[in-house]
Ligand binder design. Sequence first.
Ligand SMILES: Nc1ncnc2c1ncn2[C@@H]1O[C@H](COP(=O)(O)OP(=O)(O)OP(=O)(O)O)[C@@H](O)[C@H]1O
Ligand SMILES: [Mg+2]
Length: 270
Amino acid sequence: MKTIVFLNNKGGVGKTASATSVAHIIAEKYKKRVLLIDLDPQMNTTSMFDKVDFMDLFLSIYTGEQRKSGKSVEDLLLDKKLDIHECIKKTAYENLDIIPSYITLSECEERLKADVTVPQQFRLRAHLQNVQNEYDYCIIDSSPSINIININGLVAADKVYIPLRCDGYSLLGVAMAMRLFDTVAEYNEHLQIGGMFFTQWNNRANVDKTSYELLNEFFGKYILPVKICVSKNIKECSYMQQPLLDYDKGKNKNKVTLQYIELAKIIIEG
Ligand SMILES: Nc1ncnc2c1ncn2[C@@H]1O[C@H](COP(=O)(O)OP(=O)(O)OP(=O)(O)O)[C@@H](O)[C@H]1O
Ligand SMILES: [Mg+2]
């Protein structure tokens, strides 16, 4: 199993759009067995593939009682003895399973810090060892922050992909992601940069060209030969809780779908 993580400290750069689109394309079009993991308490990836029961969510937060809808990545990170299979859910799509996130994942960090019996950075990696032969790809969506939960994603990963929008703050996010990469790469010797790619790209905007030139100057060798354009399909499919390729039913695929198919191909071909 190859494990990849989409990372950028800046919010709204397309981590979730990319993780969900690529995971589904690799499962559906390339017929690989994919395990998608949501490491973000915002649950955006989770709500696309695992129908979220908002009443259950509301009651379990308010009353503190165990949610009915099963275990999440939070349980996995907190309990080193838990069988990972208890957290894996089938999706409606062939070859695609998910470990969902849960809104209280944001509190998990403090609870992890309280337990010093095992290194906190290696928990996800240790659990993933138990499904190495069951999947071809594990694809991780991370949250827009530098925290121990995202570090668990990086420690478990073989490759990091960094999406960015063409603005200054996204570039700052790239710089922070690269620093975090350097730190984790010191003890995860498998970890490599898979590449960086622009999302929400607008060919005509001057700011896009300026950002591109700046990124090219520092990280040129990592820039992937694909740009994801701005497309209303991304917003619509996320609203419809449907992965991009499934939403784009037409014979002639939309430009953004073709770009994500190209990105998936680049990822598979390494
Ligand atoms: N190519 C695109 N064209 C148009 N809208 C897009 C595109 N990619 C992402 N979006 C929209 O931009 C917003 C942010 O995208 P997304 O949720 O994927 O970013 P993110 O990096 O996961 O954000 P966060 O850091 O908050 O998790 C969403 O509303 C999404 O629908
Ligand atoms: Mg996201």
